[in-house]
Design a protein around this ligand. Structure first.
Ligand SMILES: [Zn+2]
Ligand SMILES: [Zn+2]
Length: 175
């Protein structure tokens, strides 16, 4: 939950900067995520505009991810920008309208309190890589013996001819 008191923002251009370390979000249910290693660190600037309130900032968190290729667990620094604008004519949806929320602003104003929890949550979900790999050139796992090939090579490639190169070998025989 991140709620910001905006009572002090009276004139257009007034702004406040807020930094907070929020408790670890519950992300371990998502595919590819093993755990969350750090608090969720958020810094946002709230600016009063002629229309409403502009929220701009960024978040950082360290995740423990599972490599999409070799299934090894690795640390991943997730950081991304967040931003949205609250317009006062937007009303909070009822519970049964939550499905329609996806394309709506996620910032909710109650009195002088701006609740940007939804915006942060959505920004994290968008920023998590779908197919994260432990390193750019992860070699994956040998489909024959299960060896993680980043650590050491296995014997499978040596014992068996590489099928991908077989047509090439035929070509050489013909010449
Ligand atoms: Zn990997
Ligand atoms: Zn192997």
């Amino acid at each position: 939950m991140m709620q910001i008191n905006i009572a002090g923002l009276k004139d257009d251009g007034d702004f406040i900067v807020v930094s907070e370390d929020l408790r670890k979000p519950d992300l371990a249910e998502l595919p590819g995520i093993e755990g969350v290693n750090s608090p969720l660190s958020v810094e946002v600037t709230i600016t009063k505009t002629d229309k409403g309130f502009l929220v701009q900032g960024e978040f950082q968190i360290e995740l423990q991810l599972i490599c999409n290729r070799c299934l090894t667990s690795f640390k991943y620094q997730l950081a991304a920008r967040i931003g949205d604008e609250y317009l006062p004519n937007w009303k909070e949806p009822a519970e049964n309208e939550l499905d329609e929320l996806l394309n709506e602003p996620n910032i909710i104003l109650r009195g002088n309190v701006l609740d940007i929890s939804g915006l942060i949550e959505e920004s994290i979900l968008l920023a998590i890589p779908m197919k994260a790999t432990c390193q750019e050139k992860c070699q994956g796992i040998c489909p024959e013996c299960g060896q993680v090939l980043n650590e050491k090579t296995c014997q499978c490639e040596i014992d068996k001819p590489d099928l991908r190169l077989a047509p090439l070998a035929d070509l050489f025989k013909k010449q």
